[in-house]
Each structure stands twice: as C-alpha cells, then as structure tokens.
Design a protein around this ligand. Structure first.
Ligand code: UDP
Length: 342
C-alpha cells in the first residue's frame, strides 16, 4: 500500500480528492490542512491532521519523509484575495509551496503539484481575440498584465513555482506532475458571502444572490468566458494521474478541463436563474453591471477566455461526463439543501 500525503486536504478540491483516495484499496491516506471543517463535515471517515505550514514546518518535513507520494494543494485560489492581499498570496502560493517542493527533491518523493489554468493569463485575448485559442501545456505563452494589476501575482507565483519544479526535474530528476485545473465547480466550492466576509468565486456569488435575494453582479459586462469542469470529473482525472506512474505523467504538466463546457458569465447567470426557477420554484436574481475595480478593488484585471487543450488527459483515458447544466444542478442542489429555508 502506498502512503499518499494530501496537503491542503481541507479545501474544495482536497476534500473531494481525499474522499476518493480514502476509498481506494491501494492507498493509505494522510490528509493535512490548517483547518478540518469541510472534511469533518463532508467526509467524517477521513482522518485529518491540522498543521499550519507557515508555523509548523517541521511537521510537514516529518510527514513528507514518511510518505510515498505528496499531493500539494496548499493555496489561496480566490481572485478577490489576490487583489486584497497580494503578499499573502505570494507567501503561500510561492514561498510555502517551494518549501514543500524542496523537501520532495531532498527526500526523493513523487510530487503531484496543483497549479492553475490562470498561469496562461491573457494569452487568448492577446493573440487571437476572436478565435478559439486553446491553451496547450507545451506551446502556449504565458502572458500577464502590468505590475500595477496585482491580480496577476497569483498567476506569476504559480508560474514561477512551475518553472522551479521543471528545473528540479532537469537538474535533480524530481518525479513530478503539475496539474492545471480549469474552473472546477461542485459542492463545497466556497463559503457564501452572507455567511462569511469576503468575495468567493463567481458560482458562490451567484448562489448567494439566489438564496438571499441579492443581485448577480456582472463584472466588466460579463461577456468574458470560462470553461467549467465538474468536480466529479476533475476528481476522476486526479485519481487517474495518481494511479499512472509512467511517461504520460512523469515530469508532465497536464490541463484538467475541456472546451465543451465554455460559457460566458452572463450565460452562467442565466442558466443558474433558469434552474433556480424551474427546479426550486424560486425567483430569478436581477443582473447588475459593475466595474472590476469597483467590485474587487484597484489592481484587478481579467482574462477573457480560458479554453483547455485536453489531449494529454484524454490520452490517459479521461472523458468528461458532465455538461454545464449537470455541473450547476449538482452544485446548486448541495447549497439549496444546505441553506434554503423552504
Ligand atoms: N465575476 C462576476 N461576478 C461575480 C464574481 C465574478 O462577473 O460576482 C467574474 C469575474 O470577473 C471573472 C469570472 O466571473 O471574469 C470568474 O471569476 P471567478 O472568481 O470565479 O474566478 P476566475 O475564473 O477569474 O479565477
């Protein structure tokens, strides 16, 4: 049995992945995060350790040394925090992650590192504003905005981490796979702003609007697009990567997403409104336009489109099961059941 250490196991992706690893007969799971709330609530049979990477590094060294495979999900992955706290974003997403990478190099461990589709930055709009430009792991340029648009510190931190990992692969033969997720949605994705302070990602903002009669805000018009991936499809992809230890995953960067689920933010709002009215008999939220600076604060800039080239994942036998409506229905059910009073 291989011992798999999941760091950042208490977040959205980590909870779903930890449940899948825990149910797998070949793996012995060790799940770690700074808090255990989501995991305790949603996967009570998963044992969870709570350590803070910023204060308890020695525990992380010990856990890495005792494991065979390290899956690193530690990150801030929320655009509003890139804008409100760029230094903490850099500290956690680059410096603390680098510490994990260096331990894997030193101790000769296999590393599965979660990165982001945001590393591609603005490439699509810069090159081909009107064309369906697919982001390719091996050939796409990674293009970011100016320094005063500090939203890009997240993308830049993740990109530099990927470059360091790649260099460790070349120079010290680090056994790694880097995963670039494309806009996953599912149960437990985020908090809702009615319950906690701050701005979560768009699905949770819209869910909050539906549950609590608020408007849905269209940032900078809402014509920008994203390619959405169901967390169930994403988790299957992560498990395939974990189970595959050959040249298809060794020292590879892999997009997890697919182009069929591309929609604009306006369409996302329309589909959520439609499901809300049809399935739950609720009232549709009104749409309001707002500028990025007004919504997030100064330093925000957006990417127009993110279309993945999914060839590498497809060669691993991955096929996506869920379309946009299936994704939204599943995630909305979770929040509706949890928070709706009716
Ligand atoms: N967005 C929006 N309304 C909201 C929240 C976000 O229009 O209430 C937009 C945001 O500007 C971006 C897209 O929705 O263009 C997706 O944002 P999200 O926070 O989900 O993450 P991203 O894909 O940008 O990392």
């Amino acid at each position: 049995m291989k011992k798999v250490l999941v760091l950042g196991a208490g977040g959205f992706v980590g909870v779903h992945l930890s449940k899948a690893i825990n149910d797998h007969p070949d793996y012995n799971l060790v799940a770690v995060d700074i808090t255990a709330d989501k995991l305790t609530e949603n996967a009570p049979n998963v044992a969870m350790l709570t350590y803070d990477i910023q204060r308890e590094k020695e525990e992380y060294v010990r856990l890495i040394s005792e494991s065979d495979i390290i899956i690193n999900l530690i990150a801030i992955a929320n655009p509003s925090i890139y804008v409100s706290d760029p230094l903490q974003t850099f500290q956690l997403d680059f410096l603390d992650n680098l510490f994990v990478v260096e331990q894997c190099v030193k101790l000769g461990k296999r590393l599965i590192q979660f990165s982001t589709s945001e590393v591609y930055g603005k490439s699509a709009s810069v090159y081909n504003p009107d064309q369906e430009y697919e982001f390719d792991e091996e050939s796409s340029d990674l293009i970011l905005g100016p320094i005063n648009k500090h939203r890009w510190i997240y993308s830049c931190s993740k990109q530099l981490l990927e470059r360091v990992i790649h260099a460790y692969g070349i120079q010290q033969n680090l056994n790694y796979t880097i995963i670039r997720p494309f806009n996953y949605i599912g149960p437990m994705i985020d908090f809702l702003p009615t319950h906690e302070e701050g701005l979560p990602r768009v699905f949770s903002m819209f869910m909050d609007a539906l549950l609590y009669d608020k408007p849905m805000y269209m940032v900078d018009g809402g014509s920008q697009k994203r390619s959405y991936t169901d967390i169930r499809d994403a988790t299957r992809a992560h498990m395939i990567i974990l189970e595959t230890e050959d040249e298809r995953t060794h020292q590879q960067i892999i997009n997890v997403g697919q182009r069929q689920n591309e929609i604009s933010i306006q369409e996302l709002a329309a589909r959520m409104n439609f499901i809300w009215e049809q399935q739950y008999g609720g009232t549709a939220a009104t749409l309001k336009s707002i500028s990025g600076d007004e919504f997030y604060g100064k330093g925000y800039e957006d990417s127009d489109r993110r279309i993945p080239n999914a060839t590498k994942m497809e060669k691993l036998g991955w096929q996506v099961e869920y379309g946009v409506d299936g994704i939204l229905q599943h995630a909305m059910d979770y929040y509706h059941n949890k928070f709706s009073e009716s």
